[in-house]
Design a protein around this ligand. Structure first.
Ligand code: BG6
Length: 487
């Protein structure tokens, strides 16, 4: 792995503290960092290197998935870190930064490989990317890469504008767009589940599957992010990115060689085959919801409109469910149901495959025994688990569902950011969103955004602490299905 400089914009921010430093530290402990590396944290405040290293140490103590190693190892990691005060609107600041980056490259004898991580508000992406180029920071004898976090725009047009601006300073193959769902170990495992298991591979299509249900439910509400969330809603915050990424990862079909380009091409094909909706069709296939006051474990919960910072007349969506169709030979004719929402009953991200059930009218029905469909359940979060629901006889000789189970040991699992940062350092973009995916996702979502904005789609209220609006169950009932595992 190439030695490199890791330049972190937003180095004193929340994401840096919670995720990025712990990721770098755990990679270091696991000997997954390059032999030599320099980390430079950037921020607006004036802080000395020593003070900054102490702050990083504190964030490791609070957020690292494992306890700090011996003082010596931790110290070695901290000593690779420098702090630089930067006003990102001033070119001179970038020239000073260039001097620091070069000084560290010389001290550590590392080539000019530079990874720029923009852990800042997206409004700043353009200015930073421009100044990286303009100051010469981006003119390297080695490689350069840019990591950015969502949101990539707020609709199709703004996403295209942003991409055009970034592409003046970085090529597509230098841009690593993080969607942290792609870093979740069970999401990365989907490809192996399908490819390394001939049984599943044979069943992974419309011949055997009746429908697929992708859920990302959260118990948290809007929290302290009213300003952002009230302008984004579940559709921009979760659906356009995480949910459609899960859909692509679930529905893609892979050739035997799983290379970055092939994975990205196959993912793209899923979105290209996604049946577009017109603005007028949105109401038939998409349910929009907003939480009202409710209760969770005996605790009273505020309604969305009563949350601090939210306008009492807000029409924002905190829940979205949708029925999608992928019109290709693998999936034609079977619905994919997707839902995500805040203030629901449980925190659970999962994919459920419901298999067709030709037994229904058969022998067992005549004997008045209920034979449910087989289910394959892939739990992504909080537990990482694969279960098969089969029918089996109980001691009374009656058929009942049993669950064959594999539960991963969560303590051994690296965090999403660890896997993604490691990939970016190695130059593997397989689990990052390609511009084409982002663009196609916005293209699909655009009529939904418009239907919501123009209030063409009703805003269903749902009680906090339950499973979302009734209309979401109705959507499946129309096709003779139900959401599995809501209990
Ligand atoms: C973020 C969203 O991208 O994902 C948040 O902005 C959401 O609103 C979070 O809570 C969910 O992530 P996870 O990993 O907890 O499922």
């Amino acid at each position: 792995m190439d030695s490199m400089s890791f330049v972190l914009f937003g180095g004193t921010g929340d994401l840096a503290k919670r995720k990025i430093y712990p990721a770098l530290y755990n990679l270091f402990i696991d000997q997954k960092m390059p032999k030599s590396f320099s980390i430079i944290g950037l921020g607006r405040k004036e802080i000395s290197d020593k003070e900054f290293q102490l702050q990083v140490k504190q964030s490791l103590q609070t957020f690292s998935r494992r306890a700090l190693e011996s003082d010596e190892k931790t110290q070695a990691f901290l000593e690779s870190i420098r702090y630089h005060q930067l006003d990102i609107t001033k070119k001179e600041g970038f020239l000073d930064l260039l001097n620091l980056v070069k000084k560290r490259e010389l001290e550590l004898n590392i080539p000019e490989n530079r990874l720029f991580y923009l852990s800042v508000a997206p409004e700043l992406f353009e200015t930073i990317a421009f100044n990286i180029k303009d100051s010469g920071l981006g003119t390297t004898k080695g490689w350069k890469r840019l990591i950015i976090e969502k949101p990539f725009g707020r609709d199709l047009k703004s996403a295209r504008d942003l991409n055009e601006k970034l592409s003046k300073s970085f090529n597509e193959d230098e841009i690593y767009r993080i969607d942290h769902y792609l870093g979740k170990p069970m999401v990365q495992n989907l490809e192996a589940l399908e490819l390394a298991n001939p049984v599943l591979q044979a069943l992974w299509n419309n011949q055997f599957i009746a429908n697929v249900q992708i859920t990302a439910s959260e118990t948290v509400g809007v929290e302290e992010r009213a300003g952002y969330y009230d302008n984004a809603g579940a559709i921009r915050d979760m659906f356009q990115n995480h949910m459609l990424q899960l859909l692509m990862m679930t529905a893609m079909h892979l050739p035997k060689n799983v290379t970055t380009d092939e994975v990205r091409t196959e993912k793209r094909k899923v979105l290209e085959a996604l049946r577009p909706m017109t603005k007028d069709e949105v109401t038939s296939h998409v349910v929009r919801g907003q939480y009202a006051a409710g209760e969770q474990n005996g605790k009273k919960l505020l309604g969305y409109k009563q949350e601090p910072g939210i306008d009492i007349s807000s029409q924002n969506d905190t829940f979205v469910a949708a029925r999608l169709w992928i019109d290709n030979s693998f999936w034609k004719g079977i619905p994919f149901y997707i839902r995500t929402g805040k203030r629901l009953k449980e925190k659970s991200t999962r994919i459920v495959f419901e298999f067709k059930n030709p037994m229904q009218d058969d022998l067992y029905k005549k004997r008045n025994e209920l034979v449910g469909p087989n289910l394959l359940v892939i739990e992504i979060n909080p537990s990482e688990r694969v279960s098969f629901y089969l029918n089996s006889k109980n001691i009374d000789g009656k058929i009942e569902p049993v669950r064959a189970d594999y539960l991963a040991n969560a303590a051994d699992q690296p965090e999403a950011y660890e896997l993604l940062v490691h990939d970016a350092i190695r130059g593997d973009a397989k689990f990052f969103a390609h511009w084409k995916e982002v663009e196609l996702a916005w293209q699909f979502v655009q009529p939904i955004l418009e239907a919501f904005e123009e209030n063409l789609t009703p805003l269903h209220s749902y009680k906090a602490g339950l499973f979302g609006p009734d209309a979401s169950s109705q959507l499946l009932a129309e096709d003779g299905f139900k959401w599995w595992l809501d209990s």
